[in-house]
Design a protein around this ligand. Sequence first.
Ligand code: 6PG
Length: 242
Amino acid sequence: MPPQITILPDAQAIAEDAARLWMDLAQAAITQHERFTVALAGGSTPKGLYARLAQPPHRDDAIWANTHIFWGDERMVPPDQPGSNYHMAHETLLSHVALSPDHIHPIPTDVEPGRAAALYERTIQAGFGLEAGAFPRFDLVLLGMGNDGHTASLFPGSFVLDEQNALVMSPYVDHLDAHRITLTLPVINAAANVLFLVTGDNKAATLRDVLAGTKSLPAQLVTPAQGRVTWLLDEAAAAHLP
Ligand code: 6PG
């Protein structure tokens, strides 16, 4: 299924559209299998979406009782630090809606990276009732894209891009001089829905390359076999698209 690409005037319009899509997907998933599982993106772009979901009417919707929150990736910083993806989501969304605490599944960052990845893999397997070797089918995986074409914490040239079995890995990212914990591509590609949120002119050239397939970049490898990919772009990020 080809990706659905929507170009909107600005980040606020993207937040509005993305929030409506989130609610539609949540209601459909809960109707179909009594719960909505979502893997959150970090970084700055999703903040607008999370803040919009934390406002009426979405904030007060019944879906939150059946929503299960996971993360697509995490930085190895404490959950109360500004660099933490958990912290950003907690401040902008999770502390504002009626989520059950046992439906929130943060990536552990108080252990060494390899153990954090192993623990989080077990959290996912338990959360989805998976046999060893099976992949979770998230109802929604939210992703951003860096101007180097990375997504989640899957960076260009990373050995993690070739991983076909593990659900979660803990690559050391040279240019960040830090480890990251990230879902692997097989997990992202098992999703029912993937939503990329990309804004800003600094991503326009990379976005053209990713959507045109002219380079091999991590974001291009997100091709869920039985899933739908939606790109919500602002005009600045879409400036180089045909
Ligand atoms: C992270 C994200 C990462 C992010 C991109 C884009 O942990 O940083 O998961 O993949 O989505 O780097 O970040 P911005 O939204 O800040 O541009």
